[in-house]
Design a protein around this ligand. Structure first.
Ligand SMILES: [Ca+2]
Ligand SMILES: [Ca+2]
Ligand SMILES: [Ca+2]
Length: 196
């Protein structure tokens, strides 16, 4: 009987560990059942794309993309392909604050006014807020989702010396266009995408 109880309690402890690990993993990566992709927020908070140079003192949109890539070579700041994905992101991550998305017209990736997805996926859907993108003060090259409480996009600033650049820093939304294996979901190893 004692052995039986011990076995049971060991089993329960293992189950408890699984639940704890599963819960913490779920707090990070979330699956979108419509497209099978995985999403999470960056750990870091980032400002808009700053001018590179001695005054570039703040973690910025490029650093947010670098954090996305640190999880997996196939992970990037999110590419929003259609209205359904935009809706899912707002439902999942909320509209209380803004989030960086992987849309840019910075010269590193493109040219002024030619917006591209950092993932390299084609632009199939646009969701700018009214009057955007306006490249305010000739210095806005990174896009964010949730603009003044609306589920739309806005372009934001390149340096912290003008109005658009002194916004609060935001987290980025990371998208992994593949499937993670079970131990990766549970945070037990590096993340690998298994493509379908
Ligand atoms: Ca996507
Ligand atoms: Ca621009
Ligand atoms: Ca703008």
């Amino acid at each position: 009987m004692r052995f039986f109880l011990k076995t049971i309690s060991r089993g329960l402890f293992a189950l408890f560990l699984l639940v704890i690990m599963g819960t913490s993993a779920n707090a990070q990566w979330v699956n979108n059942s419509t497209n099978g992709h995985w999403y999470r927020l960056t750990e870091g908070m980032y400002y808009g794309v700053h001018d590179e140079g001695p005054n570039d003192l703040f973690p910025d949109w490029f650093d947010a993309e670098a954090e996305a890539q640190s999880y997996n070579p196939d992970a990037h700041l999110v590419t929003i392909n259609d209205q359904a994905e935009n809706d899912w992101l707002v439902d999942t991550f909320g509209s209380e604050t803004s989030f960086w998305i992987g849309f840019t017209d910075h010269s590193t990736y493109s040219s002024e006014g030619q917006w591209v997805w950092v993932s390299g996926e084609p632009v199939s859907f646009l969701n700018w807020d009214a009057g955007q993108p306006d490249n305010y003060l000739q210095g806005e090259d990174s896009a964010h989702l949730i603009h003044f409480g609306t589920p739309h996009w806005n372009d934001l600033g390149n340096d912290n010396t003008h109005g658009a650049g002194v916004n609060s820093p935001y987290r980025g939304i990371v998208e992994l266009s593949g499937e993670m294996v079970a131990n990766e979901m549970m945070g037990l190893g590096s993340i690998k995408a298994v493509f379908r």
